[in-house]
Design a protein around this ligand. Structure first.
Ligand code: URA
Length: 217
């Protein structure tokens, strides 16, 4: 599908998603948060659910976790405008709690599935357990299975890595080790995606300041 067709289809989907009232999570947030980046990217990063900052600005992974993700991406020559980032769940669970399996499944089957069908990424990076459980299966453990390739139900190559919020909660040696793990996972994901689309450019001249692009809503 041509890049412009993807953009148009995602815009239609975004419009429908913003009007979604299919589950109770919608009542506890300002508005659903969709995706950000280049729909033509062969890599799609999938987080958990919007947090407070994401709910305020309407952009996925723009808060503290997103800031750390941006640094990690920069370390492997990727910038947010050249990849695509999204979440399993589109509405912020009240109090920033982790969405449960049923909530994740319900939301992702409506919205993320359609997003993936439009974007057709070559590689998906699951950020943390919630994404890994939905894209792989709920018996997987992030501490055991991160860094290992598996196929999603739709047959897309997927690798799970630690969620940036996990890195932010670690200290000392554990934090350093987990950051290196993420670095290697991102390198592996980039290499596989580059293999699939050899001439794709994953990196702009400078990281993107998302707060300049997304005014508070
Ligand atoms: N954590 C996520 O997984 N996604 C966001 O958008 C923000 C925090």
């Amino acid at each position: 599908m041509a890049a412009n067709d993807k953009k148009e289809q995602l815009a239609v989907l975004q419009d429908q998603m913003e009007r979604c009232t299919s589950c109770p999570l919608r009542q506890g947030c300002k508005a659903p948060v969709g995706w950000y980046g280049n729909p033509d990217s062969p890599i799609l990063f999938i987080g958990e659910a919007p947090g407070g900052v994401e709910d305020d600005y309407g952009c996925p992974l723009i808060g503290p976790s997103g800031q750390l993700l941006d640094k990690a991406l920069w370390s492997v020559q990727m910038t947010r405008d050249r990849v695509l980032t999204s979440n399993i769940v589109k509405c912020r669970p009240k109090g920033n709690r982790t969405p449960d399996l049923a909530e994740a499944d319900f939301c992702a089957k409506i919205w993320l599935t359609r997003e993936i069908a439009i974007v057709q990424p070559k590689v998906i990076v699951a950020l943390g357990s919630v994404a890994m459980h939905y894209l792989g299966n709920p018996s997987m453990r992030i501490t055991h299975q991160r860094g290992q390739w598996f196929k999603t139900r739709g047959g897309i190559d997927c690798i799970a890595t630690f969620h940036p919020s996990y890195l932010l909660r670690q200290y000392g040696h554990a934090q350093v080790q987990a950051k290196w793990d993420v670095f290697h996972d991102l390198q592996a994901a980039r290499a596989k995606a580059q293999e699939a689309v050899p001439d794709y450019n994953f990196c702009s001249a400078a990281p993107v300041d998302l707060f300049r692009l997304f005014p508070k809503r």
